[in-house]
Design a protein around this ligand. Structure first.
Ligand SMILES: [Zn+2]
Length: 256
């Protein structure tokens, strides 16, 4: 079995003390690559630094909607410089969060559009974080028809999932799929083609059953894969292989 964790944050303090055993457990569970996703300037820079030491951690760079208020010309020029490096595999995580509203909505929209333009300019896929703003994001994406990416931690309805898939976007499925009350997400994964699903842990967050409540880590991707296989009545090996190839297609800069 080979797996790609398309979304984790291993550059934070949660993994300062034991990153190497965490990576060893991931490898043992079949996880070959882990996209280490930035959410502000520092975490993006740190993701790039970690990649130099750990080639299984390709970085993504971006400013999370929570931090849209930190945007500046300097931030933009750093992101553009990094996007030009062949090791950076995506722009993210970026998006709209109208649930927590930590940054003003107008600024979230502005910073999102700036970063989508960077993705267009460097032909990079996008990792989107969207909460309570699916209609808003669809309106923005209409203006960027060439862009592709993943709706990370998707929590929308099956109808909304259909819309994204028809635009060529992928749905990121994580630990929530293992929760007994995840009826809506289970309907989503049954509705859309498996070719449009990628797996993700969002470690250290959103820990799957049976470790819910503890720190999440990429080796737990196997529980997500198993649960998806059960729902779709396929084997875990099939689900692993198809989603592995999906991630390779979506993120062309991932090395083999
Ligand atoms: Zn995340």
């Amino acid at each position: 079995m080979r797996l790609i964790d398309t979304h984790a944050h291993l550059q934070g303090p949660e993994f300062n003390r034991d990153l190497e055993p965490v990576l060893a457990r991931a490898v043992k569970a079949g996880v070959q690559l882990i996209i280490n996703v930035g959410y502000d300037l520092n975490s993006s820079k740190r993701a790039i630094q970690l990649y130099r030491k750990y080639p299984m951690l390709p970085p993504a760079v971006g400013i999370h909607p929570h931090d849209a208020k930190t945007w500046s010309d300097e931030v933009e020029s750093s992101l553009r410089r990094w996007a030009g490096s062949p090791h950076v595999v995506a722009i993210g995580e970026i998006g709209l969060d109208f649930y927590k509203d930590y940054s003003p909505r107008a600024q979230q929209l502005q910073v999102l559009e700036k970063q989508l333009q960077i993705a267009v300019d460097y032909r990079l896929p996008v990792i989107l974080h969207v909460r309570n703003a699916y209609m808003d994001i669809l309106n923005v994406l209409k203006n960027f028809p060439s862009l592709r990416g993943v709706m990370h931690a998707f929590s929308g309805s099956p109808a909304v999932a259909d819309k994204f898939v028809s635009m060529g976007w992928h749905i990121g499925v994580g630990g929530v799929i293992t929760f007994s009350n995840a009826r809506k997400l289970q309907e989503v994964v049954q509705r859309i083609p498996l070719e449009y699903i990628v797996l993700e842990t969002d470690a250290p967050f959103l820990t799957p059953h049976p470790y819910r409540g503890k720190r999440n880590e990429p080796s737990y991707l196997k529980f997500i894969c198993q649960q998806l296989a059960t729902i779709l009545q396929r084997t875990p090996d099939e689900v692993a292989e198809i989603t592995y190839l999906n991630a390779k297609r979506l993120f062309p800069r991932l090395r083999s």
